[in-house]
Structure formats: structure tokens, C-alpha cells
Design a protein around this ligand. Sequence first.
Ligand code: URA
Length: 190
Amino acid sequence: MQMGLDELFHRVQHCTMCRLHERRTQVVLGEGNPHSPLMFVGEGPGADEDIQGRPFVGKAGQLLNKMLAAAEIPREQIYITNIVKCRPPGNRTPTEDEMNTCIAILRRQFLVIRPKIIVTLGSAPTRALIDPQARITRVRGQWVEKKGVRFMPTFHPAYLLRNPEAKREAWADFQQIRDAYKEVLAGMNS
Ligand code: URA
């Protein structure tokens, strides 16, 4: 039988597979609806997430919440996680090694949740899941389909906090995400 998310957390909560375990407070597996067709994947937990054990609860998370609310996507209906589950010290970008190691956990999450739409927030998850050469400024807003799953790369909310002029483009991406999500939900309920 396939393991659920609780069992997965149980298995990885003391993970020492990469160096990130040395300075983390706790593993941040992800949160939300384990049956959601829509999943958001960020880069890695920051300081607030490391303390609270939940993804996207700091400043970037607050902006993500606002964008979800504006797109009428209830946060509790979707599933939110990161490429790496432990905080990179000083919020640096996770290394390729760290991402390659931790992606095994994300793949487990995909197997359990089986999302139809995956939104990659920023460069790291876009490169890890869509195209290792991708440049977020070029690929954002464009759907990529892989094995029946639709991927939408968009800006990371932390980037939007530093570059508010990019919010217009991000909002256009969120409108596409909203429409695709509604379409999937309508298909599930028909
Ligand atoms: N940034 C991320 O990429 N993920 C989080 O969970 C929080 C901030």
C-alpha cells in the first residue's frame, strides 16, 4: 500500500540525507489538501517556516496568500510545499546536490497527491521540475505539459517583494492558474 503524507512526514522528520539538516529547526514537509489537483512548489523554507514548520508563512507567504485570495483560490484547498524541506542557512538558494537529494521526497508527495497542475515559484523549482536551463523571466506564464501534468512557472513572491513592477506579470500568471484550476475542478465534479 502506498504511504500517505503523515507516514512520509514520520519517515523524513529526522532526515540527515544532506547538510541542510545540520542547522534546521524542523523539516517543513508542506501543507494543505492532500487530494488537491493544484500544487505550489517554492524553493525552501525561510526563517519563519523553519520555526513554525509550515511553508510560506513569512513575508513572501503573506504575499502569496494575497495573490491566492485575489485569484479566489482558497489556500486550504491546495497543497503548498518546497523543493527542499529544510531551511538553507541565511536563505541561500539550495545547491543542486541538496535539491537532487530532497526531490525524492517531493516525488513521493506527487505520487500521493497526484496534482494535475503544478505551479513552480521562481527559478529553483522551475529548473528542478521543468527545465534545468530555464530562465524564469523567459518561461514564466507559459504552460508546460509533462506526463499529463500541467506546469506553470511564475515569479517567486520574494522576488515580487523586491521587484513590485513584476507583480502585473505574476497576476496574469495567477489568472491563468485560476482558470485552469476551475476547469479541473469542474471536470472533477461533472
Ligand atoms: N520561500 C520559499 O521558497 N518557501 C517558503 O516556504 C517560504 C519562503
